[in-house]
Design a protein around this ligand. Structure first.
Ligand SMILES: Nc1ncnc2c1ncn2[C@@H]1O[C@H](COP(=O)(O)OP(=O)(O)OP(=O)(O)O)[C@@H](O)[C@H]1O
Length: 258
């Protein structure tokens, strides 16, 4: 099947199960270059599994994943690792930094692995740390940083090599509420200013409302919502439904307001 001409990344009919228990049941997805898409849904709905399949970390049991003209689902392990190193960025819910390295060295890792010189890598890493308001932490090691600062360093590391696609899996989950909105806004704005495509997994509807309200520029956090429920694509509730107070975990509407 031919790739949709405008999509930088697309998938069709993805199935994946853990020990026979289905996590994705025929999910199709597409994202245009420079687009920011929020993948939303209750806990356990398949968000992480979808991001892992799209980024080549997990091979789907059935279905296709294409990055431009590359069939990610048929690439060997080494080719997928190269793709992840050179073209993709990944942010986890918990910042996994190398404890022995300083903040800037952590942020510069993708560049150093690409073979960029030490000085140039430091300059680029420090510029991203500045942009993310943690420039003052550049010489500190992770143990000396607050959780929010560590997550910003992880965001800098994910963006430093200007990936084509950034995957962010609940990137603000471990942060304090006030830090969450700010980190999300910074991430979204930084990606937009560099034309980076973003696939953002989140289950937190209220957070996105906060982020949006607090955004003085009025720029939407995401261009579009892709809702999942029980491993399948589901309906994105209309905005007025999202104005209601949060429902109990697991029964929440699986989308967010953007
Ligand atoms: N490593 C694993 N082993 C077994 N089952 C798993 C594993 N990872 C995920 N699952 C199951 O697969 C389903 C989808 O999980 P997934 O983590 O993709 O959903 P999610 O929407 O990202 O959830 P969360 O918001 O809690 O991270 C869930 O039922 C989950 O329990």
């Amino acid at each position: 099947m031919a790739a949709p001409p405008d999509d930088v990344l697309w998938a069709r009919g993805l199935h994946y199960a853990y020990d026979g228990s289905p996590a994705l049941r025929g999910v199709s997805f597409g994202i245009r270059e420079g687009e920011v898409v929020a993948v939303s849904g209750p806990r356990g709905s398949g968000k992480t599994t979808l991001l892992r399949c799209l980024s080549g970390q997990t091979l789907p049991e059935a279905g296709e994943v294409w990055f431009n003209s590359s069939p990610v689902h048929t690439l060997g392990r080494a080719a997928r690792e190269r793709l992840r190193l050179h073209r993709f960025g990944w942010i986890d819910s918990s910042p996994r930094l190398v404890g022995e390295l300083t903040a800037w060295e952590n942020a510069a890792l993708p560049l150093l692995l690409h073979g960029t010189g030490y000085r140039a890598a430091r300059k680029q890493a420090c510029a991203w740390l500045d942009r993310l308001d943690v420039g003052g932490c550049a010489r500190k090691r992770p143990a000396a940083l607050r959780q929010a600062e560590r997550q910003r360093v992880a965001v800098a590391r994910a963006l430093v090599h200007s990936p084509a696609v950034l995957f962010a899996d609940e990137p603000t989950a471990p942060l304090h509420r006030t830090d969450r909105a700010q980190v999300l806004r910074t991430l979204s704005a930084a990606a937009r200013s560099h034309g980076i495509t973003v696939v953002l997994a989140t289950h937190d509807l209220t957070l996105t409302r906060t982020a949006r309200t607090a955004d003085e520029t009025g720029a939407a956090l995401a261009d579009r919502v892709f809702a999942l429920a029980d491993g399948r694509r589901s309906r994105v509730p209309p905005a007025e439904e999202l104005q209601n107070p949060a429902r109990p975990e697991g029964t929440a509407a699986c989308s967010l307001s953007v």
